[in-house]
Write a new protein. Sequence first.
Length: 560
Amino acid sequence: MSDSHPAGQAVPPRGKTQPHGEQASAPESVQSRKDHLAHIRHDLRTPINAILGYSELLQEEASELGLVNFLPGLRQMHGGGKQLLILINEYFDAARVDTWRNDLPQVRQELITPLNHVVEANEQLQAKATDRNDAGLLADLKKIHTACSNLQELFARHLTPTEGEPGEPAAVDKVAATAAEGTEEMDVELHGALSKYASILVVDDNENNRDMITRRLQREGYSIVTAGDGKQALDLLRSGKFNLVLLDMMMPIMNGYEVLDTIKGDPALREIPVIMISALDELKHAVKCIEKGAEDYLLEPFEPVMLKTRVGACLEKKRLRDQEVLYLRRIEREKKHSDDLVNVVIPIGISLMKEPDFNRLLEKILMEAKNLCQADGGTLYLMTERQTLKFAMLRNDSLNIAMGGTTGKPIPFPELPLHDPKTGDPNHHYVATHVALTGKSINIADAYQADGFDFSGTKEFDARTGYRSRSFLTVPLKNTASDVIGVLQLLNAQSAGSRKVTPFDPDLQQAVESLSALAAAALETYQHTQALREQLVGLRNTISKANGKESPEPSGSSNP
């Protein structure tokens, strides 16, 4: 752990007299002495956390591998670690703030005994692991041995009276700084990126803590990334996607409070839940973390089941929140779709129904759909009796192309057959024919990256003109019997206020599909009207011939 106080201030040294000529400071407050005790508990618990954590992991692995001769020694180490934790919690409890300094020699002696039991068992197990040539087991046992050495050093520093005052421990800021020296910075590790579970960022300056938490969570199937300090953690959070952060309180560069403040102050990160981890056991630290937005506070050393339960509960809460946000967005999309129908699409549909000229009707259908999506181009196909798609309208604003419809310019492209002329197989090679055959819309973000369709003609067109066809939205026109009578294809949606080409928005796709349904109804109505008009003309001719008179052709709209 680092030498910084949780609030960002170093704890001042004690037992020093004021320089001559200055007034002595006020007596040390009860709260400052309690803070001092809390930091000693924190320092001593850090190596104990390693002893307990690794001995628990090794017991589980030894049981799974059938290494029964290792289990007694591992249990002895774990038991010694538990006893050390009990003694530290008892002797450095805040209730003993006025008396603990007088007990230092006795405390040190009582702590040395269980620590020696841990070291003894550890050295015996290292010898067995060496005989087995088990590098992994030996590495973990050495980590426990290092933790024991660190604990012995902390006993010497914290439990030895200083020259300034009998029974006074060394300055906490210097001790913490010394304990942090030599801590090897660990590179960021990416584990199981394709895990079926969540991705978790573990942030701790202590390598052993990172390693133990990582191994614990990996056993549950989580994908773990680790960071050794707060700045590294923030860089990772801004460049990746994480479902949860486990954040240590006491770290160099940025302490846990500062990292938490930054996460919760960043709109892009604030929804990521954070579980704070610390050996500081005073309630005020947990309260402060929760007030700053942390999801939970986990006290080290913790039981494996506690870590599993807290992480699982936190991820479940996030899943439910994400689900709620998804539902709200879906409701907003449906509302927007309804508004578009009422305010935009339906008025267009009414306008189409009133259009008496067939070519102007085709033009309106294509242009209204283009305007709705701010598309640069579009094509309208009509189904023929030969089961082909005939080009009826073609527009491209960038290339200034306008063919078919009211322009009077013929479209020189051949009809697209829905079936292979030789085999009779359905023609799914082209997007337009596929949509006509299936009756389902297709939204393609980039034609050059799309699989399953033949865009060779599109690419040849682009090569000739210097154009770049990218996004496509192809929608069927269905009549009231759900038969496809045409296909509407839009090209290169553009972002609002610029000509930058973007994929077609799924919400606007729904609006275009609604418009297509109304357009198909308008076409169907026009066709029915034309058929009725032709029947009336035929009936008039028959009556006129019966009366010996010629009946003039009634004036009307142009025929398709």
